[in-house]
Design a protein around this ligand. Structure first.
Ligand code: NAP
Length: 299
């Protein structure tokens, strides 16, 4: 019998694509959402972690939970309130799930969670980061540490707990790419800041394939970096983007102070970055199919 997959944050960029792919593969899919009628094609279960409300039928339904919920980190400036929302939407939501696992004595399920490479800290270096490296010391590292700790609290309940530290997801439907595409289409593509910062990335198609792979390969557990093995700097990325749009690439780099004035502390996401290894994941047999040129021309 096909498994029941419950996706938290299933209406988002990754969740919508994953939902479609899982349905096509014959899985029964349900989503946990703050909107009661979020998607007509699947079972929709309501929750609101801010009020401690959740439809417990969602918990009863799930053989596998794919946890993708979280206030978007790059849509709004990082005010004090926004920072709290970014943390609580990840931590309190998992705590709410845990309280229901206890209440219903729920066992025998898999928990597969998104996490982020922000864990390692947002700065530029040539160091290659691996899963057992220490967490960084900035806001995003703090978010991810708290998020992963909350997820690890589920280990006593689930058959297995899995966390993917995801890099920048490339898709034309959302995330960082459409903003960069707009600039480059106008012929003003240029590197951001120093341009030498690394941009660990993964295509949306590869990431969705990875979630399906992790549902189907039950030997996977623990934490894995989910980034393409192809390392690229911001300057190289913007060059490939300009080339694939047949646009010139001659403008001087956008200075740091401009991005800082536009985005405040959030500008660190664009200005800094180190390399992250996906070697542990590749050793499990997972194959990244997309190279950057192919992704950009597809988009
Ligand atoms: N996209 C990336 O580049 C990237 C990179 C690294 C890690 N990740 C992580 O991967 C996960 C999925 O990413 P995504 O790009 O698909 O995210 P997304 O498009 O921003 O969607 C996240 C979903 O979470 C729910 N949500 C948003 N804010 C919330 C809040 N304040 N309280 C409760 N629920 C809230 C929403 O579902 P409802 O409105 O239906 O409730 C939303 O559809 C996220 O946890 C993200 O942090 C993403």
């Amino acid at each position: 019998m096909n498994k029941n997959i419950l996706i938290t944050g299933g209406t988002g960029l990754v969740g919508s694509k994953l939902t479609k792919v899982l349905i096509d593969k014959g899985y029964n899919v349900g989503i946990l959402s703050r909107k009661k009628t979020a998607n007509a094609n699947v079972k929709c279960f309501f929750w609101d972690y801010t009020k401690n409300e959740i439809d417990i039928n969602a918990i009863k339904f799930a053989d596998v939970i794919v946890n993708l919920v979280g206030e978007n980190i790059s849509n709004k400036k990082w005010t004090k309130e926004q920072k709290l929302k970014i943390i609580q939407s990840r931590v309190k939501s998992v705590e709410l799930l845990k309280s229901k696992f206890i209440e219903l004595n729920k066992k025998d399920f898999d928990f597969i969670s998104a996490s982020a490479i922000g864990y390692y800290g947002t700065f530029t270096s040539d160091k290659l980061f691996y899963e057992d490296d220490d967490a960084g010391k900035d806001f995003l590292s703090d978010v991810v540490k708290k998020w992963e700790n909350a997820v690890d609290e589920l280990i006593p309940f689930a058959n297995r707990v899995l966390k993917f530290r995801i890099g920048v997801v490339l898709s034309s439907n959302g995330g960082a790419l459409p903003k960069m595409l707009n600039v480059t289409k106008k012929g003003i593509g240029s590197a951001l800041g120093q341009g030498n910062q690394y941009m660990p990335w993964i295509s949306l198609d590869d990431l969705v394939r990875l979630f399906v792979y992790s549902i189907e390969n039950i030997q996977l557990k623990g934490v894995y970096n989910a980034v393409s093995p192809i390392h690229i700097t911001n300057k190289e990325f913007m060059q490939v983007l300009a080339k694939s749009l047949q646009k010139p690439f001659f403008m001087p780099n956008v200075p740091e102070f401009v991005l800082k004035a536009m985005y405040g502390k959030m500008s660190s996401l664009l200005l800094y970055g180190s390399r992250v290894s996906s070697g542990k994941l590749v050793k499990t047999g997972f194959i990244f199919k997309d190279d950057l040129n192919a992704v950009l021309s597809k988009l």
